[in-house]
Unconditional design. Structure first.
Length: 100
């Protein structure tokens, strides 16, 4: 393979770009998704959750096989939410200031 070969030059550009995308974009996203799945599995009554920008408190602790969570979003206003729709989970003892 000659160093002036266009195929070689193209590969020398594409391979580093793929490595940059992997380490800067894909891998961190996979780690965040894995952490969120772990938090959802450990969901307990009293935890604060975020669903599409709405912040609520878990009223009914879900079982491992349950796909839904009962969340209180205001006084005496409870909604069923799919676990898959949760964007963030904050443990009972952790406030919003500590999260940031």
């Amino acid at each position: 393979m000659n160093m002036a070969d266009p195929t070689f030059q193209t590969l020398t550009l594409i391979v580093p770009m793929l490595a940059i995308f992997y380490f800067l974009l894909w891998r961190p996203q996979q780690q965040r998704a894995k952490e969120l799945r772990k938090q959802i599995e450990g969901l307990r009554r009293g935890d604060t959750v975020v669903i599409g920008g709405i912040v609520g408190r878990v009223v009914k602790a879900p079982g491992a096989e349950d796909a839904e969570v009962l969340v209180e979003i205001a006084d005496n206003v409870q909604v069923k939410v799919l676990k898959a729709a949760l964007n963030d989970v904050r443990p009972k003892a952790q406030s919003a200031e500590e999260k940031n």
